[in-house]
Design a protein around this ligand. Structure first.
Ligand code: HEC
Length: 127
């Protein structure tokens, strides 16, 4: 995604008080080039279960352009995915005219479901 769009989503995200409250910005959860996010294996395990719902369109390893539209999400950085899924869930994100379809996918996801599936997506590596 281009940088400007991304910052816009971040702005939107933080502008919504109810969304911001569960954002975990603790230092141990930040990424840097040398220090990847450390997530418990439970998160990833739950995320993997949740991701079974996504593979039909995004591919088993997130390697496909979903319905020929989306970006390839394999290995995508976790915090960005959290912002995107939160926005889709709330009906605020529509990048290629199919935001409504993605809203249906994650509307019933809790904040922790979103974190777990985002962790799993970040863990996916090109095969
Ligand atoms: C029926 C097909 C379908 C399923 C199932 C699906 N997606 Fe998507 N996904 C799409 C499409 C189409 C888009 C582009 C939506 C838009 O216009 O913004 C998208 C976009 C995304 C994006 C943003 C990618 C980008 O281009 O920036 C993420 C992240 C994502 N999906 C994650 C998921 C997750 C996680 C699941 C499972 C819970 C899931 N999707 C299930 C079709 C699907």
């Amino acid at each position: 995604m281009d940088k400007k769009l991304y910052s816009l989503f971040c702005l939107l995200y933080f502008a919504l008080p109810s969304c911001g409250s569960n954002f975990d910005d603790s230092p141990q959860n930040r990424t840097s080039s040398t220090n990847r996010i450390i997530v418990s294996s439970d998160n990833i395990k739950k995320g993997k279960e949740l991701f079974t719902k996504c593979v039909g369109c995004h591919g088993f390893n997130g390697e496909k352009h979903a319905l020929g539209k989306s970006a390839i999400i394999q290995g995508q950085e976790k915090e960005g995915t959290i912002v995107q899924l939160t926005e889709y869930s709330a009906g605020f994100l529509n990048q290629y005219g199919m935001g409504g379809l993605m809203q249906g996918q994650v509307r019933n996801f809790s904040d922790s479901d979103i974190r777990d599936v985002a962790s799993y997506i970040e863990s996916l590596l090109a095969q």
